[in-house]
Design a protein around this ligand. Sequence first.
Ligand code: NAD
Length: 253
Amino acid sequence: MTSPDSGLAGKVALVTGGSRGIGRAVVERLAGDGMDVVFFYRGNGAAAQETVAAVAAAGGKAEGLPVDVTDAAAVGAAVEKVIESRGRIDLLVNNAGIVRDNLLAMLDDADIRAVLDTNVGGVFNVTRAVVPHMISKRSGRIVNLSSVAGEKGGRGQSNYAASKGAINAFTKAMAVELASRKITVNCVAPGVIDTEMSQAVRELAGDEVTKRILLKRYGRAEDVAHAVWFLASRYADYITGEVLHVDGGFKME
Ligand code: NAD
């Protein structure tokens, strides 16, 4: 799907975790509107190549770089590479994230640290590397992937909920800090989306979760990608510091 009047054609996007799930849908949506998209992925080179091939088959431009967002030095070097080759980054989508669900007493240090290091530390690493380049252009968009879990309590999700609540707070603080530089910062907070990340939860919960979603279905990665696209587009020029839920009404049940 393309929207030639979105104002995105020819601009450069950096998407973290673009090899599968929501990140892949975001890469495809943005490239479909003519953006030159670079994405980071952690381990799965084959999935990254599939994303690049799907974008190319649709006539778009995307490149995948194997960069772990928890590695600040690797992130810094990769962002410099993108700036050297493209000259700018107009849009940053902080999408990479993980879950390690368990009741608090059963969570070991590694489960807590991995989730906070990736979902919060990773967002700091990438945003800190990209923002100076946006400031120098006096323009930019940042869209962070939060979660309904950032506001709605969920059993076995203390580490994940804490990480996403932090992202909501980070988004608002950055919106204040960067507004004078004409950079907007917003969040998309998905509910339960049909990706590999939520597979275990969906299998365990059966119909129980869909019953509690007002629209009675899981979300699709594309549902989330449309919201990211909107916040990146010129239609969201006057929106900053917001958390846009894409959850079929899940947070209200
Ligand atoms: P996913 O597990 O399908 O994909 C996650 C992506 O992040 C993968 O491409 C993975 O390689 C990448 N990634 C993970 N750790 C990384 C690291 N250290 N460095 C670089 N890349 C890394 O997950 P998804 O469902 O597509 O989720 C994407 C985002 O949306 C996450 O931030 C997640 O918390 C959020 N979210 C998902 C759901 C859901 O139901 N699926 C709900 C709410 C929020």
